[in-house]
Design a protein around this ligand. Structure first.
Ligand code: B1M
Length: 212
């Protein structure tokens, strides 16, 4: 069995220590971080999602897999982040109010740091006011929101409305993402961009602030 399949299987089994160990081993073998991420870690997490949906596994198992995912991400993070590069601007990120899913959001944060943005991560379950107050105080150029639940998606619209009400829309752009979100939804609520994955989020943020 190749090492990426082993990472994926071990993540599905929720074994964080061995996911970290295998991820280090894959790095040592020279496998690109993007492959470890896409085929090993995210691949495993997608299977977890499918099994959870059909009630083959339950929340405790999903939580263990999420912990294992974070353990793997911690190992590849240094490969995705470039230090000491001048900042291209501040980005405020968070999972919206009511939403505790943070793996995708964390990944977006890591990739943005890798593209030389200064990232302020507000964590999960972030109130609309908190996004906007922090962005104003920090003079941020972007707010990035993640939602994984159809029930929490509408909070994104609340943030867009707050930004508009406060007349900040000219200098503060909004990008949204997460499994139930779409380009169409972004248009509907008046967000400036939608990112379908973390790498695409970086491309969209770059074009919003006008850098290559
Ligand atoms: Co939950 N969960 N969960 N869960 N969970 C989903 C989302 C679900 C689809 C599972 C399913 O039924 N198949 C389902 C949602 C159904 C729906 O609303 N349509 C669901 C449910 C129902 C729930 C609970 C309600 C379950 C319950 O309590 N009965 C509950 C809600 C808790 C809450 O938030 N209030 C719940 C809880 C949990 C855990 C806490 C156990 C755990 C989260 C742990 C954590 O995040 N620390 C968890 C997990 C792990 C999942 C699944 C299995 C995996 C999510 C994940 O991390 N994927 C998920 C099933 C699935 O998505 N297949 C599921 C990997 C991650 C890299 O992908 O986050 O999609 P993702 O991010 C992607 C893109 O979406 C994008 O980039 C990333 C890839 O590069 N992206 C952005 C994300 N944010 C972006 C922002 C951007 C741009 C791109 O710009 C700013």
């Amino acid at each position: 069995m190749d090492i990426l399949t082993r990472i994926s299987d071990t993540l599905i089994g929720g074994d964080d220590e061995n996911v970290a160990r295998l991820t280090r081993q894959a790095i040592d073998q020279g496998i690109p971080a993007k492959d470890i991420l896409d085929r090993g870690l995210i691949g495993g997490m997608n299977t977890v999602g499918e099994r959870f949906k059909v009630h083959e596994i339950f929340l405790p198992e999903v939580l263990l897999s999420a912990r294992a995912m974070h353990a793997g991400l911690d190992e590849i993070k240094p490969l995705l982040i470039r230090d000491g590069v001048p900042s291209r601007g501040k980005v405020i990120i968070g999972s919206v109010q009511g939403d505790l899913h943070d793996i995708g959001k964390n990944l977006v944060g890591i990739m943005l740091k890798g593209a030389a943005f200064e990232v302020i991560d507000l964590g999960n379950d972030v109130a609309p006011e908190s996004f906007v107050e922090t962005a104003t105080r920090e003079n941020a150029v972007i707010i990035g929101m993640s939602a994984l639940l159809t029930t929490t998606m509408p909070m994104m619209g609340s943030v867009v409305n707050l930004v508009r009400e406060q007349g900040l829309g000219d200098r503060l752009k909004i990008i949204i993402g997460g499994a139930p979100v779409s380009e169409e939804y972004a248009r509907q609520i008046g967000a400036d961009a939608y990112g379908f994955d973390a790498a695409n989020a970086v491309d969209r943020v770059k074009s919003l602030v006008g850098v290559n």
